[in-house]
Design a protein around this ligand. Structure first.
Ligand code: 13P
Ligand code: SF4
Length: 308
């Protein structure tokens, strides 16, 4: 089947199965094209909450589908490729963070949304990359434990110097690969370009940025800017989507190997097979018991309350 025929079939099956597709901005172009909602993790959380259809098919990584399930527990939520996990979300578990909390119980525990539902049950509030600074600022406590991403945590700490923010040693292996040296080389090659960066990058990389933001933040900034050239410091799909949206501008990934293989594991045939599988029972469904949902959801609701 040709690509556009497969896309047509997917659109037909979406209607037939009463399914909406949520796709993170790191998904490939052909998946973004057949999605009902696209964006960063904050936007997709809010979108999931408002879904009217019976089923949600998530194209992204496991913690994102889990978050959608928690926000729309009455819906059936499926992950398009069951092997798509976020390595950062697996770096810390509830036992470790409970032990750290016992040592330092006065701190409000802020969890990046890139964490498992089980870990969220022992945290106080979630943040996403687009909402972290706003939410940590709004928390009525100056003592914070920020997990797991020390790079995003460092960015929050620098943005709110009056709070005492303790970090732990976790982070995104994809963004950590970008070095300040590579950014300087890209800037020398494209002296008129602005450098737009995701806060999961190392502090030495973030320090070179003209703009720091989430995947949606970077896309909005570049689309609205009257500048014509941009170096993109995040997963390479963002430069590709932007090039497609704004053919008159130029987008350069810092280097071509900033690829999140977990985000890219999902293919259009996976989406098609999942939609077929919703009917025949073979699709990968996110199953969570109601106790886990209610305990883990508290910190997501708190995120939406403080960030909305
Ligand atoms: P966003 O908040 O930009 O969606 O980031 C999610 C993510 O996993 C980035 O690596
Ligand atoms: Fe996880 Fe990094 Fe991939 Fe985002 S880019 S899903 S944080 S591994």
């Amino acid at each position: 089947m040709k690509l556009h025929e497969l896309q047509e079939e997917i659109l037909r099956l979406k209607k037939e199965t009463n399914t909406v597709i949520l796709a993170h901005s790191y998904q490939a172009r052909e998946i973004v094209e057949i999605a009902d909602f696209t964006g960063d993790s904050y936007k997709l959380s809010v979108d999931a909450k408002g879904v009217k259809a019976d089923n949600i098919l998530f194209c992204g990584v496991h913690f994102m589908a889990e978050t959608a399930k928690m926000l729309a527990p009455q819906k059936r939520v499926f992950l398009a490729n069951k092997n798509a996990g976020c390595p950062m979300a697996e770096q810390m578990d509830a036992e470790l963070i409970s032990a750290v909390k016992e040592q330092d119980p006065e701190r409000t525990v802020v969890a990046y949304i890139n964490t498992t539902a089980k870990l969220k049950t022992v945290c106080d509030v979630c943040v996403t990359s687009s909402s972290a600074v706003k939410i940590v600022r709004a928390i009525d406590n100056d003592k914070i434990l920020f997990i797991p991403d020390c790079n995003l945590g460092d960015y929050v700490k620098r943005s709110i110097p009056d709070k005492d923010i303790k970090l732990m040693n976790g982070g995104c292996p994809t963004h950590a690969k970008i070095t300040a040296k590579e950014v300087k080389t890209a800037k020398a090659e494209h002296p008129n370009a602005l450098f737009l960066v995701h806060p999961e990058c190392q502090p030495s990389v973030v320090a070179l940025a003209d703009y720091v933001g989430s995947t949606s933040g970077i896309m909005d900034y570049a689309m609205k800017s009257d500048k014509k050239e941009f170096i993109i410091g995040t997963e390479t799909s963002i430069a590709e989507h932007l090039q497609y949206e704004c053919p008159e501008k130029k987008f350069y990934p810092v280097t071509k190997d900033i690829v999140c293989h977990n985000m890219k594991i999902t293919t259009l045939p996976d989406v098609y097979n999942s939609l077929v599988g919703i009917t025949d029972g073979s699709a990968f469904e996110i199953i969570m018991d109601s106790e886990l949902i209610s305990k883990a959801r508290r910190c997501i609701d708190e995120m939406i309350r403080l960030g909305g």
